[in-house]
Design a protein around this ligand. Structure first.
Ligand SMILES: NC(=O)c1ccc[n+]([C@@H]2O[C@H](COP(=O)([O-])OP(=O)(O)OC[C@H]3O[C@@H](n4cnc5c(N)ncnc54)[C@H](OP(=O)(O)O)[C@@H]3O)[C@@H](O)[C@H]2O)c1
Length: 327
């Protein structure tokens, strides 16, 4: 391998984990507004699986209709800056950074400077690599959209996953009383993150929890809006983050549309959002991580050669929190 090449995890067609390859590719050079990062760690998040399978199909409009426009996989990373593109003045060569990009599962990755922040001293690359997408989405769901306050009752559906494991920690840190919903085997993991109780979705339905919630963060399960509204207080807030099994075409987006249509006519707040990838979002997480308010929830780490089994483990629901890829 020449010094100007790098190993990267790719797929050239939409498909399952069998489509994942390891390739040697030319090391890219940063363009205007970009930096080249030597990747020390990259997070595996659910979007990696969506962009592997090309589902829901509606997402192909943005990422490639017939095949993925970007063959390299991975959306969140941590590492150090090795080259600066034109017009980038806010980072220095050698500086530790973390954030989001489109090609994280590689030895080197291009990232937009405005989607990176400095990694705080004392925060490992493994931890920082999980913050860009999963941590950022959780923070925006709980703080910006949910506006969770101390003393509130908060229900988090999908509490054991990448986003949920951060959402539980952030809501608990804010002083809320958190109920997490996940599978039975992961209930202890979720209470360990700060939830006051954790409930198995196969045994107890939301309607049977015996209480109403000020805020529901709906990350998984695709429950009907009517079910979720019945579990909310009369002026409570529902924040729809995502949910699998919502159909191959729309992936459950009909619920988002329903929430937007209903919201102006009801006293409850019914919201959904697409997480913003920005330096500001990264900096807010950096503060929480450096202050010890959130800690890593890492199931295991893998090398680039083992991304495929890690994605399969995510697909099969075998992870507690995150997988981190170490190139
Ligand atoms: N809005 C946005 O901008 C945004 C950003 C990032 C992600 N997302 C979406 O958010 C969703 C979650 O992402 P993620 O990275 O956290 O995925 P993940 O790591 O795979 O976690 C999903 C979690 O949901 C749990 N779950 C499955 N079925 C459930 C049910 N019926 N009720 C309650 N919990 C259930 C699973 O628990 P068990 O494993 O214990 O069964 C799992 O821990 C995905 O749909 C993703 O596309 C949206």
């Amino acid at each position: 391998m020449s010094s100007a090449s790098m190993r990267a995890v790719t797929r050239h067609e939409y498909g399952g984990v069998a489509a994942i390859r390891m390739e040697t590719l030319p090391r890219p050079a940063p363009g205007p507004g970009q930096v080249l990062v030597r990747v020390r760690a990259a997070g595996l998040d659910r979007a990696v699986l969506h962009l592997l399978t090309g589902t829901p199909y509606v997402a192909r409009a943005a990422f490639g209709v017939r095949r993925p426009q970007q063959p390299i996989m991975g959306g969140e990373l941590a590492g150090e800056v090795v080259a600066l593109g034109p017009e980038v003045n806010d980072f220095a060569i050698g500086q530790r950074v973390f954030g989001t990009c489109r090609t994280a599962f590689a030895e080197y990755a291009l990232a937009r400077a405005d989607q990176l922040a400095a990694t705080p001293a004392g925060v490992s690359d493994e931890f920082a690599a999980t913050l860009g997408i999963s941590g950022g989405t959780a923070h925006q769901a709980v703080c910006r959209h949910g506006q969770v306050q101390a003393g509130q009752q908060v229900l988090i559906l999908g509490a054991s996953g990448g986003v949920g494991s951060f959402a539980v920690q952030i809501a608990a840190h804010l002083g809320a009383t958190v109920t997490g919903v996940c599978s039975q085997a992961k209930t202890e993991f979720v209470t360990g993150l700060g939830a006051q109780r954790a409930v198995d979705y196969r045994r107890v339905e939301v309607a049977e929890l015996g209480q109403r919630f000020d805020v529901i963060i709906d990350i998984a399960g695709n429950r009907p809006l009517a079910t979720l509204r019945r579990a909310l207080t009369p002026k409570g807030t529902l924040v729809i983050v995502g949910g699998e099994e919502g159909g191959r075409w729309l992936g459950g987006l009909h619920r988002n549309l329903g929430a937007s249509l209903l919201n102006p006519f009801v006293r409850q707040r019914l919201l959904w959002f697409v997480a913003q990838e920005s330096r500001q979002a990264c900096e807010q997480l950096a503060k929480l991580a450096a202050g010890g308010a959130i800690r890593p929830a890492i199931d295991h780490t893998v090398g680039l050669a083992d991304v495929a089994p890690a994605v399969a483990a995510m697909e099969q629901g075998r992870l507690r929190g995150k997988v981190v890829v170490i190139p």
